[in-house]
Write a protein that binds this ligand. Sequence first.
Ligand code: G3P
Length: 214
Amino acid sequence: MRIFLDTANVGEIREAAKLGFLDGVTTNPTLISKEKRKFDDVIREICEVCPGPVSAECITEKFDDLMPEARRLAKLAPNVVVKIPLTREGLKAVKACAQEGVKTNVTLCFSANQALFAAKAGATFVSPFIGRLDDAGHEGMQVIRDIVQIYRNYAFATEVLVASIRHPLHVLEAAKIGAHVSTMPFGVFDKLISHPLTEKGVAQFLQDYGKIPR
Ligand code: G3P
């Protein structure tokens, strides 16, 4: 499973990239607004730090507006993936982008049927928001199970990008199901690697090593 960071903070992205486990980045307007910098500047810099796919989200809603916006975003860097909301107009734009060779990440997906349409439109990625589903009292992970099964049944090329991840258990479950990608805040990324028993064990071994006669 590929690991993406869900952030627009270049410091966090640099830190994850240094570790060597950063496969891509997803952003959205909310995340970019926290950086107090120009949208395009943030996307360009992220694309320099992370060679993998970097999602940049459209903020228009109609097909006629989405297409020029998608083309403009795709030109910001070769690794930009254009994020388009899962609406009727959005799906039309995803289909046209696929025909033009523009990569897309269909966002704000909350059901397996929506994901079926994203795949039929030729999306590169689909982003089901599991944390927001959990928050609303639904089982977000069941949507991931359903989408992965449907995509396997029909050999769709669209990759399942599990989004709105809140904690390490979400990543574990997504990996067990076989989702292609998990995107997560830096805090969750960090928690995947650290374990208090590992730190305790290292300290104990170092202490005991000191007791060995030289
Ligand atoms: O970037 C899309 C998604 O991951 C947002 O997550 O935490 O705002 O529900 P969240």
